[in-house]
Design a protein around this ligand. Sequence first.
Ligand code: GAL
Length: 389
Amino acid sequence: MKKSIVLVLVVLMTVSMLLAGCGNDSTASESAASQEASASATGESAPAADASEGGTGTVSGKIGILMPSVVVARWADDAKSMEEAAKAIGLETEVQFADDAIETQVMQIENMVTKGYKALIICPVNAEALTEVLGKAKKAGVTVISYDRLIQGTEDVDYYVTFDNIKVGEVCGQYIVDALDLETNQGPFNLEIFTGDIADNNAKMTLEGGMNILQPYIDNGQLVVKSGQTTLEQTATKGWATGEAQNRMDNIMSGFYTSDKLDAIFSTYGGMSLGCIASLQALGYGTDEKPMPIITAQDGELAIVQAVANGTLSMSLFKDTRALAKQAIDLTAASLKGETVELDASKFYDNGAFEVPTVLLDPIPFDKSNLDKVMIEDSGYWTKEDIYG
Ligand code: GAL
């Protein structure tokens, strides 16, 4: 993302597939989209843009929603929210999960293009593997939205909707600094690092954010990474998978912590953090004598929230999948109506081919102290019974 640009760019939508009965009232989606794009850094989730409000234009036809897998629980929730938001404005949907397989996702996209779908909302399994198939989609006039993960290396993407990934890493890093009180406490403390799938730009960005905060403390010796594994390649977790993280944690613990204590784990997805926790519990961590290290996470899946509630996981960042889903559908609708959407160019993400018009939502950090407020009272994302039984 180029931070230096602070102009508001007018993105002219040139989608050829204008639909019957389309009006050109773009006010609602324009203002809400820019509002969303400039959501404050207070952690408040801005209301989603709403193409269904106030406009005379309607949309119709079918769109494809392509999610990476059902292994990570949130993708099914994201898809469900998108289906509901699409239905509310008259769009039909087909949802496909790719089983984390690149070829499957490419095939699914190809099929949907062949079937004449108007738009595709894609969370890529592999961000760099879609150039060819999206070339075909663009030729067919299909609107393409990159969902949560940035599709790389192609201009054939209309919009990107995501949460601020650098901020996710920075918040996790800062949580560790504060929890260990590194401003006053010299340590040294032992830290290990877990990032996501190497084919997902979010893994790179969250690590970058984390290192913005943690690197100075690693450099001055207050934090020690005993495994020596700090690069993206060394810390990546295939498929962001719980089992993969657990295996790597097992290896790190047996290789470097047979006599030393682990104080903190920087992890940017709760599923991976839960893998680390399972590994540590098997080694007797999680008691008064041997407390769990500080462990960070991301996402608001139930198992993650419950782990924060029961104190095994220190914190996470709530990414409201409903808001992201709504944003994707509303940009799709605007695009299908041929509307002009204004977005804040300072938030655009560079995908290696161009600066992709991006809507950036704010993730909301929570730990035990504000869990009820963030996850139950303010958002209604989960109920008290969901979390505490
Ligand atoms: C990332 C996303 C994370 C998490 C992860 C697991 O792309 O940014 O929030 O959901 O995928 O699939």
